[in-house]
Design a protein around this ligand. Structure first.
Ligand SMILES: NC(=O)c1ccc[n+]([C@@H]2O[C@H](COP(=O)([O-])OP(=O)(O)OC[C@H]3O[C@@H](n4cnc5c(N)ncnc54)[C@H](OP(=O)(O)O)[C@@H]3O)[C@@H](O)[C@H]2O)c1
Length: 277
């Protein structure tokens, strides 16, 4: 039976870049909402010698994620799931951001873990925005509701994202909360699924020059000045980081977040401040 790697948000950006670092023996399934984009991406992979498939899926819809997991199982043994589907503050309302980024991660982890076997891996892509929130906005009690009462979960997080005045700032808060949740939830899943031999990690990129990153560069670019090399990351750099985190040989990497942001979060917290003095 062939091994299968599923990439949500695989039609572009970091998800597609990660596919290009996967071993060629695997069947690659690229997923997203826009079929045309997926078909182009599949053609690109085929040109490079991959066996690749496109399958439309909206990760904010559990039934759609369930259908993707069933499709992937029909093609072989699911070894790697890279959950790169996501939306950013300039693209969506606070509610959409929470549905896609946060609840989408719950659906992907739950639906796929049900049909994965020992020695498999889930990588949930978060963001270094997960680290910018003041502590009082983060409630693990609210996060637990994501599995038991979605409407309450959304209601409570939306209330907090309404605190800032501007529209972009509200979406920014919702984005940061959705990604803080992803870090927490991936770690929770690592401990929930660990006994079944399914490894889970999250990976938090900084500002990366994908379509999404370029769209956010003006409003969300402040942290770049704190990065060690004071630049955006490239999709290829992040694709490599994500693919290696998803590699079966990285068997002891679980239950943590990999902060792959050129040092910008640490730079802001610590070093640039020291240099400025
Ligand atoms: N670029 C950055 O600076 C940056 C920084 C930190 C974190 N991230 C995170 O990294 C991940 C990848 O983003 P990227 O930068 O590579 O951007 P990208 O090229 O825009 O990729 C995001 C992909 O997600 C898909 N998508 C969006 N909503 C979806 C949904 N509801 N269901 C399924 N697929 C959906 C999009 O395709 P369709 O629209 O066709 O569905 C798109 O292909 C995202 O989770 C993002 O939040 C990005």
């Amino acid at each position: 039976m062939k091994n299968v790697c599923v990439i949500t948000g695989g039609g572009s950006g970091m998800g597609l870049a990660a596919a290009k670092y996967m071993p060629k023996e695997k069947r690659i399934i690229l997923s997203g909402r826009t079929v045309k984009k997926l078909e182009h991406a599949v053609a690109e992979l085929e040109e490079l010698g991959y066996e690749a498939y496109a399958h439309a899926c909206d990760t904010s819809d559990r039934a759609s994620v369930h259908a993707l997991a069933e499709y992937a199982s029909s093609l072989g043994e699911i070894k790697n799931v890279i959950n790169a589907a996501g939306m950013s503050p300039a693209m969506a309302s606070p509610k959409q951001l929470l549905r896609v980024n946060a609840l989408g991660t719950v659906y992907v982890n739950q639906e796929f873990s049900g049909c994965m076997h020992p020695g498999s891996v889930i990588v949930d892509v978060s963001s270094n925005s997960a680290y910018v929130l003041p502590k009082f906005l983060i409630s693990k009690k609210t996060y637990l509701l994501a599995e038991t009462d979605e409407e309450q979960f959304l209601k409570k997080l939306l209330k907090k994202s309404n605190l800032p005045k501007g529209e972009y700032e509200r979406a920014g808060f919702a984005y940061a909360m959705s990604k803080n949740f992803v870090v927490w939830y991936a770690a929770k899943c690592a401990f929930d699924y660990g006994k079944k031999g399914i490894r889970v990690v999250s990976l938090s990129p900084g500002l990366i020059a994908t379509d999404m990153g370029n769209l956010e560069a003006k409003e969300g670019g402040d942290l770049i000045h704190y990065a060690a090399e004071e630049r955006m990351g490239t999709p290829e750099e992040l694709g490599f980081a994500i693919a290696t985190a998803a590699d079966e040989r990285n068997g002891y990497l679980a239950g943590v977040d990999i902060l792959c942001d050129g040092g910008s979060t640490n730079g802001k917290k610590e070093f640039k401040r020291m240099i400025a003095k």
